[in-house]
Design a protein around this ligand. Structure first.
Ligand SMILES: [Zn+2]
Length: 575
């Protein structure tokens, strides 16, 4: 190919490249990445909402985050409202065996309005602060910054969180329209008494020591009515199964829906939000005896009490409760079940709703975190010695971490996990255990000059529990840069060669064309054609911009040459 064509081809390529750079926004891993927006702003929590608003919120959040939220109806109420459960997790359509199930329920008692606002807040928070785009790119922040978002993102990736915000939508609606101190559901009761009194206390309707004498819970007009004690035996009790302790448990559609839902899953931890009293309660409620897992319950309740300022205690110590959700969920469904009694009023001034919803966020995330660690023995991983943020190019950099693994950790189960593409992909290298068994060292791969890496340390103990340092990795990770500079890349001789070559080329050009002609000959890139003005975009779009073809800086290469006689001459002469 002759010289001019080659030159021209190169210029056309440059021209095209410039168009591309202009047309495509800055791309690359991490560029332009931001957190998703919460669908609802905090403003929503500045007033009380009844059932329709909350259902709208749940559906809108699910619709905006189809990759991490799925909705299912687990039953319907006496007044035909769906019982809606939102699942929040990555790969939300799959049941991921390695991700423990976590349950948060609220709105069991109709007058306890802060509770379901808090559950709605959790749904909006987990989704709106999830730091991964639908395409999978994630936002990494440095460790050490107080950063709940990265931990919430870790929860979404590593747990299957089920939020059942409105256990008792019929009752809640009635409390908003008719009687704001209503507590029970709205199912009619049988018999003569039932004509006068409606509703059952869903939280006395579970089949764990159901109906043991307590207060007036067998009087249909009572607020804590546990369900019908049928003199005519078990016949006609919907949902009762042979072998269950007493008839009357699970007489409510809501308790039955929860029963079937919980038995179909494998919840490890579960939380029910109630109000009020400022308490963190754990089983048992029906007896003052400690449960078999009392030490674990006490330890977890202490953490949540510290997070909220509430008081931890066994349910029974408040007062005896039989047939309650937490006893059944622990005793039958096998989950570590807690109740938090929020705040100090059923319906505090509306400006307190947001604060209370945010207050229980910490225990909600905590119960999700420990769902694979019920005895609180998960490894604690701490990066002790990290390379300085700037390391030498082309040399490995050593990372030292301390791993306290109470269940033990075998060799090869502690890894240095790193990414050299801003978190798009991650690789790992095993770390070696030191003589003390807790100190582990590993080397980051050598980086080219100017390169950078994100990294964290991950340990899996002998019970299969995995934790990282920083805890929210990979949403939090350490970062190193390799020193930059031409010398680093080329070495001194290479640099001299480049400088020498440039000088020689300049001298030759000078001899060939002379000083004046070089100035004329240095081609300036043709400018891009102007885009035609968009119609209908306000006053500024109205002036009649010249059509691109009429522009002196017209769009194609030939017309660009027409406006550059010097360039055309240069090309002709080089032929
Ligand atoms: Zn309650």
């Amino acid at each position: 190919m002759a010289g001019p064509q080659r030159t021209r081809a190169a210029l056309v390529a440059l021209f095209a490249a410039q168009v591309l750079l202009t047309a495509v926004p800055a791309s690359g891993a991490g560029a332009g990445l931001s957190e998703r927006e919460p669908v609802y702003t905090d403003e929503w929590w500045s007033e009380y909402h009844a059932t329709a608003d909350v259902y709208d919120l749940i559906k809108a959040v699910a619709a905006a985050n189809p990759d991490i939220v799925s909705l299912s109806s687990i039953g319907s109420t006496h007044e035909s409202r769906q019982l809606l459960v939102a699942k929040v997790s990555d790969n939300v359509g799959a049941d991921e065996e390695d991700e423990p199930d976590v349950l948060v329920i609220a709105g069991t008692h109709a007058r306890e309005w802060t509770t379901y606002h808090a559950a709605a807040y959790l749904l909006n928070y987990l989704t709106g602060h999830y730091r991964r785009t639908p395409e999978g790119a994630l936002l990494v922040s440095p460790p050490g910054v107080l950063d709940n978002d990265s931990f919430a993102s870790w929860i979404v990736d590593n747990r299957e969180v089920y939020i059942f915000a409105m256990v008792n939508p019929d009752g809640i609606e009635y409390a908003h329209t008719t009687d704001n101190l209503w507590r029970k559901n709205r199912e009619p009761n049988p018999g003569v008494v039932g004509l006068a009194c409606t509703g059952t206390d869903i939280n006395r309707n579970f089949d764990w020591h159901w109906g043991e004498l307590q207060g007036d819970s067998h009087v249909a007009c009572a607020d804590d009515y546990a369900g019908p004690l049928r003199a005519d035996g078990y016949a006609g009790i919907v949902g009762w199964r042979p072998g269950e302790s007493l008839p009357g448990a699970f007489s409510t559609a809501e308790a039955r829906a929860l029963r079937d839902f919980e038995l179909a899953h494998d919840f490890k931890t579960a939380l029910s939000l109630h109000s009020y009293s400022g308490l963190v309660l754990y089983p048992w409620g029906h007896t003052g005896d400690p449960s078999p897992d009392d030490a674990d319950f006490v330890a977890m309740a202490d953490v949540m009490a510290n997070q909220t300022g509430y008081t931890p205690q066994q349910g029974y110590d408040l007062y005896k409760t039989a047939g309650v959700w937490d006893d059944w969920t622990y005793g039958v469904a096998g989950a570590y079940a807690f109740t938090i009694e929020m705040g100090h009023e059923f319906q505090p001034p509306a400006e307190e709703i947001l604060m209370q919803a945010q207050l229980v966020l910490a225990p909600e995330l905590y119960l999700a975190e420990v769902a694979d660690d019920l005895h609180l023995l998960a490894p604690v991983v701490e990066v002790l010695a990290e390379p300085s943020r700037e390391v030498d190019a082309n040399a490995e950099a050593r990372v030292t971490a301390k791993v306290d693994a109470f269940n033990g950790v075998d060799g090869g189960k502690v890894s240095l996990v790193y990414s050299t593409d801003d978190g798009a992909t991650w690789a790992e290298r095993p770390m070696a255990a030191g003589a003390d068994g807790t100190t582990h060292t590993g080397d980051l791969p050598a980086l080219r000059a100017g390169g950078q890496a994100l990294y964290f340390v991950r340990a899996t103990d002998n019970e299969g529990i995995t934790r990282s340092g920083p805890k929210a990795a990979p949403y939090q990770a350490f970062e190193v840069h390799a020193k930059n500079g031409l010398l680093d890349q080329l070495g001194t001789l290479g640099l001299l060669a480049v400088l020498g070559g440039a000088g020689l080329a300049g001298a030759l050009l000078y001899l060939r064309f002379g000083r004046a002609r070089i100035t004329a000959a240095l081609p300036r890139l043709p400018r891009l054609p102007r885009l035609p003005a968009l119609p209908g975009k306000g006053r500024r779009a109205a002036p009649t911009a010249a059509a691109p073809s009429a522009s002196p800086e017209g769009g194609d290469f030939e017309s660009a040459l027409d406006s550059r006689p010097g360039l055309r001459r240069f090309l002709d002469e080089s032929r």
